[in-house]
Write a protein that binds this ligand. Structure first.
Ligand code: ATP
Ligand code: MG
Length: 563
């Protein structure tokens, strides 16, 4: 490609509303343009990169037996009603009507559609396992679109779905996909970390997120040298059993705490550490009030709570509801004296070790001290409900302290089990002629998010530094001025290299300084400069984008730079 023929609208100034480095550089390098909030145009250079990433993924999916197909983006409501997700997906789902008033959504993910195909077309265990995947634009009405194409309302995804006759086969295949995802990360040049994750709206029994390690990442991840890794929502907390110091169990006592509501306020007032407090929260779990308690210096992890309560929606109750349920205002709730109040208590593990604890008295302006579990209250369940904190021990090895870092989630793998095949009644006949539900897995990768994540991880003050596997062009040739002998040599090496790789020749009538700046901004891995000086030595200057210094290469050996 000749630069003068290419559509590469670079920009000098930093766009003011760009909120991340990758978005700034993608806009400045002319890879994308913003059409509307969370909606982007992919310009030619950006699309070359996107397609290269797509090809890396496609090759790995084919290697593990995947077969590519293409599903519609407009999906009939009926399928989504079958699985209940027409309701559950909430406001993130784009809903539309056709001229006859029939309802559809724009696909945010395709479990329903693929399960529908397979239930219609696959009859026997002999047709299994089956792995189908596609590349497609997905639509999600994100509440806060941000970071450019990383959290967009319309984005490009690879989604894959596998169908198995047995749990064992599904489990084995899950590992195979996991390895393929790891290879994709390596080929993209990522520093990455797979972590255990919660299953969210997609559902299923277990899942992993593939995180690209980056300080600017949206997700907080924890890891341990022993190999344990999890996202912060999923990160387990160990049950510190046996650590309960059994001192003297004292009698319950009421304390007058006028207008003192938070753990902090009361702890200062009574001069006791927050560790002594039983923090009490009232939640609505699918509209039903529940009491949740955790040690005063710790926080509830709502994802874990949702999992333990087996509910779809969880939210803190408002002041009015709390008062109605407990007969006391917010700030004075506690697990004791619930008598006729018909509310279940869910306790975090951290509660077990509190001796002579303090909490609200369910009475305005009063707290209780010397509260003890079993004697004064009985939780319905004790479970891991809290957020992981700095300093926590690794729940797996129980030896090291957890490391905290940040990451960008680029891929997500799920073991779905029969979640979708059951609700959609998708069955096959096994070798004994019995009807069984398909065991499923689903595996997504954000292709467009990967492009931004690459830049987030690999750039400097001058621009992007592409990995050679995805760079829009691998080589840029910069003639100091495109005329005479310099033009001759530039054309010669351009023709030679073009046969082997993607090359762009900067034939613009611009100062060399401008061309160098653009080459750095675009992040082309190999830059070749042709000048009278280099020609006098029968060579050209070669500089790799990721390195500081340049070196002279003989014109006759130019193909060596690709090795
Ligand atoms: P997140 O937690 O970031 O919202 P998710 O759990 O909703 O992601 P999945 O439904 O598992 O994501 O989608 C698979 C992949 O699609 C993600 O790993 C991510 O790379 C990408 N992705 C998800 N939402 C977006 C978005 N709004 N914009 C761009 N890429 C996205
Ligand atoms: Mg999401």
């Amino acid at each position: 490609m000749k630069y003068t023929q290419a559509f590469i609208p670079t920009v000098k100034e930093t766009p003011s509303d760009a909120d991340t480095i990758s978005q700034k550089l993608m806009l400045r390098a002319g890879l994308i343009r913003k059409l509307s909030s969370g909606i982007y145009e992919w310009l030619p250079l950006g699309l070359i990169v996107l397609k290269k990433v797509e090809q890396i993924i496609r090759e790995e999916m084919n290697k593990i037996g995947g077969q590519e197909l293409l599903l519609p983006a407009v999906l009939p409501k009926e399928l989504w009603v079958e699985t209940g997700r027409w309701e559950i997906y909430g406001d993130e789902l784009y809903r539309i009507k056709d001229r006859a008033g029939r309802e559809f959504c724009l696909g945010p993910t395709h479990e329903e559609v693929i399960t529908d195909i397979v239930r219609k077309e696959v009859r026997s265990y002999k047709q299994l396992p089956l792995m189908l995947y596609q590349f497609q634009t997905k639509f999600r009405d994100e509440i806060r679109p941000r970071f450019g194409v990383m959290r967009a309302k319309e984005f490009y995804m690879k989604d894959a779905y596998s169908f198995h006759a047995t749990e064992e086969d599904a489990a084995n295949y899950y590992k195979i996909v996991f390895d393929a995802y790891s290879r994709i990360c390596v080929k993209c040049g990522f520093k990455y970390c797979p972590v255990e994750a919660t299953t969210g709206a997609i559902g299923g029994s277990s899942s992993h997120e593939f995180m690209v390690v980056a300080d600017t990442g949206e997700e907080e991840i924890i890891s341990c040298d022993c190999g344990y890794g999890a996202n912060i929502e999923k990160a387990e907390c160990s049950r510190t059993e046996g650590k309960r110091v059994l001192g003297e169990i004292k009698d319950l006592e009421e304390i007058y705490t006028p207008n003192l509501k938070t753990v902090d306020e009361v702890s200062k007032f009574v001069n006791e550490k927050p560790e002594k407090f039983i923090k009490t929260l009232i939640y609505l779990a699918d509209e039903k009030p529940v009491m949740v308690i955790v040690r005063g210096d710790m926080e509830i992890n709502e994802e874990k709570l949702k999992y333990v309560l087996k509910c779809n929606q969880i939210a803190l109750a408002n002041a009015e509801t709390v008062e109605k349920v407990l007969g006391a205002p917010v700030g004075f709730a506690g697990p004791v004296n619930l008598n006729d109040k018909n509310i279940d208590i869910y306790a975090d593990f951290s509660i077990e070790n509190i001796v002579n604890g303090i909490s609200g008295a369910n009475k305005k302006d009063y707290h209780l001290k010397n509260i003890n579990i079993d004697r004064d209250y009985k939780p319905l369940a004790i479970a891991d409900l809290r957020k992981t904190r700095r300093g926590d021990l690794c729940p797996k090895c129980q030896e090291n302290h957890l490391k905290f870092s940040r990451g960008i989630e680029i891929g997500h793998t799920f073991r779905l089990g029969i979640k979708y095949s059951k609700t959609m009644n998708a069955t096959f006949l096994d070798d004994k002629g019995n009807k069984n539900h398909f065991i499923m897995g689903c595996y997504g990768i954000g292709v467009s998010r990967i492009v931004a994540a690459m830049i987030e991880q690999s750039h400097d003050e001058n621009g992007i530094i592409w990995n050679e596997t995805v760079a829009p062009y691998r080589v840029i040739i910069i003639p100091i001025s495109y005329e005479g002998k310099i033009k001759e040599v530039s054309d010669l090496i351009y023709n030679q290299l073009s046969e082997k790789t993607d090359v762009i020749l900067d034939d613009r009538n611009e100062r060399a300084g401008v061309k160098f700046k653009d080459a750095d901004l675009l992040g082309i891995p190999i830059r070749i400069t042709v000048s009278d000086k280099t020609i006098a030595e029968n060579g050209v200057e070669v500089k790799y984008r990721a390195e500081k210094t340049a070196k002279l290469t003989k014109i006759g050996n130019i193909l060596d730079i690709l090795k």
